[in-house]
Design a protein around this ligand. Structure first.
Ligand code: CA
Length: 245
């Protein structure tokens, strides 16, 4: 994305280390993104409720309120803003993944500004793609796709299970949509990373596992024994072609 596409993008950057915040803001400005910086977690939670943000970059350790708490509270409120988490070491990353709080992506400190802007661009590209796809192929998106007891509405970005609305983050929605559009097809974790996250980052396969688990918790009748998104051992995942309506 160049600056002509990115000039309207707004990022809420929550980071208490001034040096990192300055560096990140500078690099985001270079790709045409407007950044608002907040250095306290409790204030960030209030600010994040505003509808203007395209993305939130969220540090894990913050004064006032921690990043995990902020993420959890926003998702509880049904706020679907994309969240990119900043974690300090891999043990913290494990915690983030283990708690499965609904962040869209993660970057481990120390990170290069290039890595961070690449992730930001990938998130924006994904959002843009799903929006333009909905506009350019309205007939395809006019009719919700049904797969057994699941109904996925591309246009409204709505999912229903047994007729009841299911709250998914944008990443979870894209993941489910990908499966529903390719029923029965097996996808490797690396393929899903490439298609849904926009990068084939080695070592990030656990990100896929974590999102699959969260998705299962929301769309499976018994998440411990998934019948819809099933594991194909040694390969990856597929959507089981459930016939019962
Ligand atoms: Ca911090």
């Amino acid at each position: 994305m160049d600056s002509s596409h990115g000039k309207h993008r707004k990022i809420l950057l929550v980071e208490d280390e001034q040096d990192i915040a300055t560096l990140v803001s500078m690099h985001l400005e270079d790709i045409g993104v407007q950044t608002t910086h907040i250095d306290r977690g409790d204030l960030a939670l209030i600010e994040a409720a505003k509808p203007e943000w395209d993305l939130m970059i969220l540090d894990l350790r913050l004064p006032g309120l921690g990043g995990l708490e902020i993420c959890r509270k926003l998702r509880e409120q049904g706020r679907q803003i994309p969240i990119l988490m900043l974690t300090s070491k891999s043990s913290e990353l494990d915690r983030v993944l283990g708690l499965e709080l609904g962040a869209d992506d993660y970057v481990t400190k120390p990170f290069s500004p290039l890595e961070l802007t690449a992730r930001v661009k990938a998130i924006f590209r994904r959002v843009e793609l799903s929006q333009s796809a909905a506009q350019s192929a309205p007939e395809r998106y006019a009719k919700p796709v049904r797969c057994g007891s699941l109904t996925v509405d591309h246009g409204k970005r709505e999912v229903r299970l047994h007729g009841n609305s299911v709250d998914l983050t944008s990443r979870e929605f894209d993941l489910l949509l990908h499966f529903v559009e390719n029923p029965g097809q097996v996808f490797r974790r690396s393929e899903l990373l490439d298609k849904i996250w926009g990068y084939g980052h080695e070592g990030y396969e656990h990100t896929v596992n974590s999102h699959i688990n969260r998705l299962r918790a929301k769309i499976e009748d018994d998440p411990a024994h998934p019948m819809r998104i099933v594991t194909v051992w040694g390969v990856g995942y597929k959507l089981s072609e459930e016939r019962a309506a």
